[in-house]
Write a new protein. Structure first.
Length: 126
């Protein structure tokens, strides 16, 4: 029987005081994935995070392993950092921001979360 990994997903959101808010809804909240399987985590935004000044979406994906600090793995919604395996990728479709992991490995067991930086300043965890 193949081993299963349990991945925990958290939603972070920023709120801009008095001027509306951006809500991020991340699904699924928790999932088990067989080794060498694939998973997609969707972060749905209540508004576009596209910043025309740089022509990029202002959303990051983080990975946090037990007992470690969060590690940035995808910036600007689609840009994988150099030290991150190519099995990880980010994509955008409308207001949906997706983190995909192909060929899941044991070392991928972690908490994953999206974080927007389109509006500031407050951070609320739900």
């Amino acid at each position: 029987m193949p081993s299963l990994l349990f991945l925990l997903f958290t939603c972070f959101l920023y709120i801009k005081g008095g001027h509306g808010q951006i809500t991020l809804t991340q699904t699924p909240n928790i999932i088990s994935v067989p080794l060498d399987g694939a998973v997609k985590i969707v972060c749905e935004s209540s508004t576009s995070l596209f910043y025309s000044g740089i022509s990029k979406h202002e959303l990051n994906w983080f990975q946090q392993k037990v007992g470690q600090k969060p590690k940035l793995i995808i910036s600007y919604a689609t840009e994988r950092l150099e030290d991150v395996p190519t099995r990880f990728s980010g994509s955008v479709s409308g207001l949906n921001y997706t983190l995909s992991i192909q060929r899941v490995q044991q070392e991928d067991e972690a908490e994953y979360f999206c974080l927007q930086y389109f509006k500031y300043p407050a951070l609320t965890v739900i």
